[in-house]
Design a protein around this ligand. Structure first.
Ligand SMILES: Nc1ncnc2c1ncn2[C@@H]1O[C@H](COP(=O)(O)OP(=O)(O)O)[C@@H](O)[C@H]1O
Ligand SMILES: [Mg+2]
Length: 338
């Protein structure tokens, strides 16, 4: 796929990921966790990345930020263009400056979460002093402003509190404040609301939408829940088995899903019918084992429309028009028939 080809015409990408490939070396072989992933992110855009657990969402984002330990991880190919530079080629000190600076991130991962032994104030001020060169009092003022921005009451006082003194939802707001500290152009949010209850989730999602509009940053929002994406994303990328299997603007994806995996995912969104919520449908079968480089469609064993070709070749992403593509021989065939 050519540079930025999946953006609407006339949009410049702020982040452009092309042919990313990440492999884990494990005993007895390799795990192909991210296989030829390409996507672009437009300025101020909110891109949803969806797929069930193990589909390669987190490894994709950690690869482009250089956050995976190597070994066992090996980012084997691709380019990640941000502000004219390939992040995969940047020396570590420069990459560190980008990370938590012009690209902010909120992970569910404990590795990047709050440190229990430092106050919230210290943890917000640190990147401000390191990346933005603010002195202590300026950093403190900015930290307070950030806590106010993410809706934490009594911000000035709360700077002196430790993480355990905050509720789960408030801690996640603090994480967002840290990610926003250096005015990022891009914010990567990896399942930031998964551990929270539904009401708090909705509040955080509202907050993100609001911040995106206010600050004009681009957001990558990762979730296993297509229902969450529906309300916030401009475009959606669907991942399965380490690959992008479908991509479309959000309305187009919901109106006209083409990949059988996306269709199955859509049926897992609980719908309210009458006064009773319908039982959550679970997609039959197991996710693929990502042992070998794929020579077949990763979804074929769970797919109810698979044809023999699906076992012989891994389908490329076919352009279906309307800025929509799907990696499916059958979807491609039916589009052409219709
Ligand atoms: N350290 C690791 N060693 C081996 N395999 C890993 C490692 N980390 C992740 N993987 C594999 O990479 C694949 C993608 O994982 P991940 O990106 O975390 O999925 P997601 O975020 O979509 O739930 C999974 O099959 C997972 O088992
Ligand atoms: Mg993940």
């Amino acid at each position: 796929m050519p540079d930025g080809a999946d953006l609407p015409a006339g949009t410049t990408p702020v982040l452009d990921v092309q042919h990313l490939k990440t492999v884990f070396r494990v005993r007895g072989g390799e795990v192909h966790a991210v296989n030829d992933v390409s996507f672009a992110l437009g300025a101020g855009e909110l891109l949803g990345v969806v797929g069930e657990s193990g589909s390669g969402k987190s490894v994709t984002m950690m690869s482009l930020l250089g956050l995976l330990p190597s070994p066992p991880a090996d980012v084997r190919g691709g380019t990640v263009t941000f502000e004219g530079e390939d992040l995969l080629q940047l020396p570590l000190d420069k990459l560190r400056k980008v990370r938590g600076g012009r690209i902010g991130f909120v992970f569910q991962d404990p590795m990047t979460s709050l440190n229990p032994v430092f106050t919230i104030g210290y943890q917000i001020m640190e990147p401000l002093q390191e990346h933005m060169g603010l002195n202590k009092s300026a950093a403190r003022a900015r930290a307070q402003e950030l806590l106010e921005l993410v809706g934490i009451p009594g911000a000035a006082q709360r700077l002196n509190d430790y993480p355990h003194q905050f509720s789960g939802g408030m801690r996640q707001r603090v994480m967002i404040a840290i990610a926003l500290a250096c005015d990022p152009k891009v914010l990567i949010a990896d399942e930031p609301t998964t551990a929270l209850d539904v009401t708090i989730q909705a509040q955080i999602i509202e907050l993100m939408k609001d911040l995106r509009d206010k600050l004009g940053m681009a957001v990558i929002w990762i979730t296993h829940d297509l229902g969450v994406i529906a309300g916030i994303a401009d475009r959606v990328v669907v991942m399965y088995g380490g690959q992008i299997v479908e991509h479309a603007p959000v309305k187009e994806l919901f109106r006209n899903p083409q990949h059988p995996y996306t269709r199955a995912l859509l049926t897992t969104i609980p719908k309210i019918s009458g006064e009773r919520a319908r039982r959550l449908t679970v997609i039959q079968g197991q996710p693929p084992i990502l042992g070998d480089a794929p020579t077949a469609c990763p979804f074929r064993d769970r797919c109810d429309v698979a044809i023999p070709r699906c076992s012989r070749e891994n389908p490329p992403r076919y352009d279906l028009g309307h800025n929509h593509d799907a990696a499916c021989f059958v979807a491609k065939g039916s589009q052409h028939a219709g």
